[in-house]
Design a protein around this ligand. Sequence first.
Ligand SMILES: Cc1cc2nc3c(=O)[nH]c(=O)nc-3n(C[C@H](O)[C@H](O)[C@H](O)COP(=O)(O)OP(=O)(O)OC[C@H]3O[C@@H](n4cnc5c(N)ncnc54)[C@H](O)[C@@H]3O)c2cc1C
Length: 378
Amino acid sequence: MHPIVIIGTGLAGYTLARELRKLDSITPLVMITADDGGFYSKPMLSNALLRGKTPAQLISADAAKMAADINAVIRVRTQVEAIDTVAHTVTANGETIHYSRLVLAVGARPIRLPLEGDGADDVLTVNSLDDYARFHAQVQGARRVAVIGPGLIGCEFANDLAGAGHAVTVIGPDPHPLGRLLPAEAGNAVRDALSAVGIQWRLGTVVSRVERDGGAYRLLLADGSEVHADVVLSAIGLQADTRLAQQAGLTVNRGIVVNGQLRTSAEDTYALGDCAEVNGVVLPFVLPLMEQARTLAAVLAGREAAVNYPPMPVAVKTPACPVVVAPPAPGSGGQWQVQADGEGVRAEFVDGTLLRGFALTGAAISAKQALVKQLAAL
Ligand SMILES: Cc1cc2nc3c(=O)[nH]c(=O)nc-3n(C[C@H](O)[C@H](O)[C@H](O)COP(=O)(O)OP(=O)(O)OC[C@H]3O[C@@H](n4cnc5c(N)ncnc54)[C@H](O)[C@@H]3O)c2cc1C
């Protein structure tokens, strides 16, 4: 019997493998990963500096331990180069591997800005443990860090870097931080709280050039101003990695297109996690991929199942200003209703009398459970 092959050992690949083993302890399982296969929680990457974590300390189980725990063969530092969905094979490091069912859990890639200047290629992104190792090495001894992107991941890194003693400047076009997730009052509360821990903002403008300047960098902004930094981190967002799927002829859109059973357009081929567009939506967060993993495990074990998301609030890891947000579904009608006091902001996205989403900052995050209940009751 050919094995089930899972490409990727991120949270999506490993959560699926664990869920599958709860239902099926026998079917041979092969996992193939371009990285070292160590299990780590990716959300920890943006709050690891302050806690003094080295890259190695973020790994809770190495590939050998994971292989033993989930009864799988794990092939590490192995890049899948091609998929043949008719022959049911993948090619990895030049070798052909047969599968009975194939799962793509290949994640997302950081979007790179088209920056000019001789320092543009030195701009760091952090979306893997290997990336974190490079970033961790470079910030040791660096004082000034420029963060491009005032979104969720940019704000988390900024708070972490500031807490670890770095002088941080965050740059981006939005009028306030977390501009795509929060109404202005809540975004401004985040801005003020992060300013109070020393973070500087250059909002309403973008970086156009990054130039090397001795051992440091000069960033030229579209508004004509400059920022000087020893390390430059870009956190402007991720895009689903659809390259392998596209080469294999699978239907892709913003992600690898799958239905509620996580099936792609090819027989016996599935996708989940950051790479997948499930029922038309890409949700690059942990809670959705866990629901996807439970569903796909059931499907692979021959059971009836379909993705059914509960409300999935996201906690933004900015300890200077805790934030919880449950964004309204794309295209939802309605508007924000905001209550703010000195302690926090409570914003509810309502359509008539129906709650469609919410954003809470500071002390107002205590309302999370009650609002989640309201959303779940819809
Ligand atoms: C800094 C940061 C903080 C975050 N914080 C939060 C948070 O607080 N809450 C939250 O819900 N979400 C958060 N997220 C998002 C969350 O971490 C991701 O949604 C999740 O980890 C994605 O897991 P994945 O397995 O789909 O992808 P990945 O973790 O990217 O895994 C992809 C895997 O595929 C492998 N791979 C790719 N291509 C190939 C190939 N061709 N051949 C072989 N192997 C391949 C890679 O080696 C890797 O093992 C954060 C993300 C980042 C970057």
